[in-house]
Ligand binder design. Structure first.
Ligand code: PHE
Length: 487
């Protein structure tokens, strides 16, 4: 395709897949997934998560890339081109830009902690620490306004420098270097885990894949919410990256690659973290988010090679966070570029704005902030008290699912069948692919229904209990069928 509007394009198919996988693989995979998988008992939760990725995530990933490539524009401009300027669908594009602010504002805080831990690990600061000192170290960082602000600012600055370089010169160059690096580090650590004591590696595999039989309604919610977050869906990131694609790429195949890489990396990260915890006979994984920053380095410190594993692991988390953050910033920047701004100015303006919005996330745990603003409990959202938790909750549980629902309905119903078919088959040697109709079916019916159900549960219209009962019913049905068969 000739470069429409003189738009920049990815250098190759692989470059696009690495960039999109870079967006998908992030803190969600390495910081969040292992603890929610553990907390929900592995096994059935992991299965439900995989199903969510396959029946909701993948179809929507393709849908987003399709709209981007068809228009060669970022979300707002893309919908304006396809449906007209006054179309209500453009709200989906604006929601995406707002979501990029919300997600980045807490992303830069966690990524900042990761950078702080790289420095600690490199200086061998964990050596000789008493157990309670690990919690203390993280606690001190968590409430320190200075450190949080410093690291979050530094991380934002690095993200800025990359995005300012443009698609080929900035984003592609970075993701083509960091993604293979991340993968190599991950595999090295995985191999190291195979020989850990206490049969830990096998136990981790067992826990992750065979874990608990029963499943709770809340777990289904968490699995679906996370599948949006982890695939960078529902806010136009994949749409924006798709807008730099040319006609030579088979977007379904590319989407498959991204979903598979994202899933494999989340699973490997979980196996690594669980193996290390089990090797240390640690079954208490702590209160969730702190797992990576407290229990994990604590478990590693006495192990031979622990110094390098801790260091390499935090470096790879940093790579993952950075390649995601650039896609988040790119959504906001591309919005302004498509309004006629030049990249430099657009990147300057958006970086500063997002950084300002991120300040409360960076400071909200500090004593000074609490003194001035209280715990902001008056805006208490679903029991989340800190500003930081609120942002995470708002984005993962509301903004991304709503954005995802809109893109499913838009591509499923508002787009012409001809455009869908043309985009789906572009870059393929076949004229009519067998998986085209199933993809349309999942985009039109399955994905919207599942998301609506989840939103209703989240809004309290449908009780979690009834979802529990539904699953219990299914399971007892299965159990009685099995016992009948075996009689
Ligand atoms: N997918 C990223 C992760 O797993 C987060 C993200 C969400 C990035 C939305 C871009 C857009 O951490």
């Amino acid at each position: 395709m000739s470069a429409k509007n003189g738009r920049e394009h990815w250098g190759s198919k692989t470059a696009f897949i690495l960039a999109a996988a870079g967006s998908a693989v992030g803190l969600g995979n390495i910081w969040k997934f292992p603890y929610i998988a553990h907390h929900n008992g592995g096994g059935k939760f992991v299965l439900i998560y995989l199903i969510c990725i396959a029946i909701v995530g993948l179809p929507l990933l393709v849908a987003e890339m399709m709209v981007g490539r068809a228009t060669q524009k970022s979300p707002v401009a893309a919908i304006e081109e396809l449906s007209g300027k006054g179309s209500l669908w453009t709200s989906m594009g604006y929601l995406g830009v707002i979501a990029s602010f919300v997600v980045l504002s807490f992303y830069i805080v966690v990524a900042g902690w990761v950078m702080h831990y790289i420095v600690l690990a490199a200086n061998n600061a964990f050596e000789g620490m008493k157990p309670e000192q690990f919690g203390q170290t993280f606690g001190d960082l968590y409430v320190s306004p200075g450190l949080n602000l410093l690291w979050a600012t530094l991380f934002m600055l690095i993200t800025y420098l990359i995005v300012q370089g443009g698609i080929k010169g900035g984003i592609e160059k970075t993701t083509n270097l960091l993604m293979p690096g991340l993968f190599v580090l991950l595999i090295m650590i995985l191999i190291w885990c195979v020989n850990l004591p206490n049969n830990a590696f096998n136990e981790a595999l067992n826990y992750l894949f065979m874990g608990k039989e029963e499943i709770e309604g809340a777990a289904v919610l968490e699995a679906l919410g996370h599948s949006f977050f982890t695939l960078s869906l529902g806010m136009g990131a994949m749409l924006t990256y798709g807008s730099y694609l040319d006609s030579k790429v088979d977007i379904f195949k590319a989407g498959m690659w991204v979903a598979v890489l994202d899933t494999i990396i989340a699973l490997i990260a979980s196996i690594i973290i669980m193996s290390i915890m089990f090797a240390n006979t640690e079954s208490n994984f702590g209160g969730g988010p702190g797992l990576l920053f407290v229990k994990f380095p604590q478990a590693l410190v006495q192990m031979p090679g622990g110094y390098y594993v801790t260091l390499f692991f935090f470096v790879l988390v940093f790579f993952a966070a950075l390649t995601s953050a650039i896609s988040l910033l790119e959504v906001a920047v591309a919005f302004l570029i498509d309004k006629g701004w030049n990249r430099k100015v657009a990147t300057n303006v958006m970086t500063i704005s997002i950084w300002v919005v991120g300040i409360p996330s960076a400071l909200s745990a500090s004593a000074a902030w609490k003194e001035i603003f209280g715990d902001i409990t008056m805006f208490d959202i679903a029991g989340k008290t800190s500003f930081f938790d609120k942002m995470d909750y708002l984005a993962s549980n509301w903004m991304l699912p709503i954005g995802g629902l809109m893109i499913a309905l838009y591509v499923g119903y508002a787009l012409s069948h001809q455009l869908r078919a043309e985009q789906f088959h572009m870059g393929m040697s076949r004229k009519a692919a067998a998986h085209f109709r199933p993809w349309v079916f999942f985009t039109r019916f399955v994905a919207p229904l599942v998301i609506i159900l989840i939103i209703l549960i989240e809004a309290g219209v449908v009780q979690k209990d009834s979802v529990n009962k539904f699953f219990d019913g299914l399971l007892s049905h299965k159990a009685s069928a099995v016992s009948e068969l075996s009689n």
